[in-house]
Ligand binder design. Structure first.
Ligand code: ADP
Length: 433
């Protein structure tokens, strides 16, 4: 058992030591001299242990301290115990660190821990594979010096990491990475890079498949439609049957057309911001189509700021606006009112279609822009709806940094609208009508 430190024991020893020398001094009648000798012997004893301790601490490689006697024993033992405790704590920390590293290595993503300016503090094996980082040689290097991609540098220094970016891997051109940065702790950043090549390939395959099938269906449907028209003009035909066939063929054709439009819009991710769309012309055409579709059953009003144009893709904006107006006509009963507005609202341009139709229950609103989602399938089938209209609107608006806003009250009507950001607005000096 180690002898532990005790202040009383130390004081007792000191008192005993000097008492012995004092008694000896009294016996020999040399009290002061013997007290001095006692003090010098004690000093020598302590100095010897002090030098043994210093030697052990600085020169000796042994783990166990030298054997100390008397009051030095608890000191040596105390240091030994402290060392043992530190050793245990260090090995615990090392175990924890290696467990954390093993966990980070098991991640399916490339992970890089960085400092505020992007200095690499640590990375896993996948980061070496996907991002071309060499560990540990690149420790302390700034990551934007190794990943020299303007898109990545911009993202790293933007300090806004809400959305991930996608870029080609530095290690292989055929690999597409989704990169996400997260800021944490004291100016630390964590970069995660995921290989999304397969995912994007599958998405592309799905898009190509839908586009190809729709395209291939177009010709047979046109032929079928043509023959049905001829049949309807022939005598001795069952008019009802021919009409039913024509209606279904027409529905199928409009579904195929909408699928093709959606495929086209999905593919064109980049919109040319320099192409001006003359909104007054576009909306006039849509107004004529709406009147034709309504056949006088609704009161339709177009309130358009003719001086207000926008930049973007005409096909996409036409599809978005036309779908919203057509839906208003489809889902507003006879005698209802439809109001379309295109106007400036502070620093945005706003398009809005307000109807006094049947409205939509709140639980359907979040799902309306999903493909093939219809509130009432039977009702939608009657109107010739495919369930793709609002999906087209959503994608078209996404490409123009905008999104669809829907307000609706069941039984009262709905308002579908979107705002065009100021950088896509083009204003002419025309009067407003
Ligand atoms: P559809 O081709 O069936 O009209 P959409 O994607 O355009 O498909 O619309 C999805 C669903 O949203 C429709 O089936 C309809 O139930 C509902 N909807 C869309 N516009 C309106 C509207 N103006 N009033 C009421 N319901 C609407």
């Amino acid at each position: 058992m180690f002898e532990e430190y005790s202040g009383y024991r130390l004081a007792g020893r000191l008192a005993l030591w000097f008492s012995l020398w004092a008694i000896l001094g009294l016996l020999l009648d040399q009290f002061l001299l013997l007290l001095l000798v006692g003090a010098l012997v004690l000093l020598g004893y302590h100095y010897r242990h002090l030098s043994r301790l210093a030697h052990w601490l600085w020169k000796d490689r042994r783990l166990t301290p030298p054997h100390g006697s008397g009051s030095w024993e608890p000191i040596f033992n105390g240091i030994y115990r402290l060392q043992g405790k530190n050793r245990r704590r260090r090995s615990q920390l090392a175990r924890l660190l290696s467990r954390f590293r093993e966990g980070a290595e098991a991640l399916p993503d490339a992970a890089v821990v960085m400092g505020h300016e992007g200095e690499i503090a640590w990375c896993n094996k996948l980061a070496e594979l996907h991002l071309g980082i060499h560990w540990p040689q690149d420790a302390g290097q700034r990551i934007d010096n190794l990943m020299r991609h303007p898109k990545f540098s911009k993202y790293l220094h933007s300090n806004r990491y809400d959305d991930p970016i996608e870029m080609v891997s530095a290690a292989s051109d055929s690999r597409l990475l989704e990169i996400r940065i997260m800021a944490y702790g004291d100016n630390q950043k964590l970069l995660l890079a995921r290989d999304v090549t397969r995912l994007r390939q599958l998405e592309q395959m799905r898009r190509d498949f839908v586009a190809n099938v729709s395209h291939e269906l177009k010709t047979p449907l046109t032929v079928l439609q043509g023959y049905l028209e001829i049949m309807s003009m022939m005598p001795d035909q069952d008019e009802k049957q021919v009409k039913a066939m024509s209606d279904q063929t027409y529905r199928m054709k409009s579904l195929v057309d909408q699928l093709l439009t959606l495929s086209k819009i999905e593919v064109s991710t980049e919109v040319d911001p320099a192409r001006r769309i003359v909104m007054s012309q576009l909306l006039e055409q849509i107004a004529e189509e709406a009147e034709a579709m309504s056949g006088g059953r609704h009161r339709i009003r177009f309130d358009i700021d003719k001086s207000l144009d926008m930049y973007g893709d005409e096909l996409q904006i036409r599809s978005a606006c036309a779908n919203l107006v057509q839906n208003a006509v489809h889902y507003t009963p006879e005698g209802g009112e439809i109001r379309v507005r295109w106007h400036r609202q502070e620093d945005v341009a706003r398009f809005e279609v307000k109807d006094s139709g049947e409205g939509i229950a709140p639980e359907h609103l979040p799902r309306l822009t999903e493909r093939f989602y219809r509130v009432d399938r039977a009702r939608s089938r009657q109107t010739g709806g495919s369930g793709l209209g609002l999906a087209i609107v959503k994608h078209s608006l996404n490409h123009h940094n905008s999104h669809l806003e829907i307000q609706s009250t069941l039984g009262k009507g709905s308002t579908f609208g979107f705002s065009v950001p100021s950088n896509l607005i083009a204003q002419q000096q025309h009067e407003r009508v």
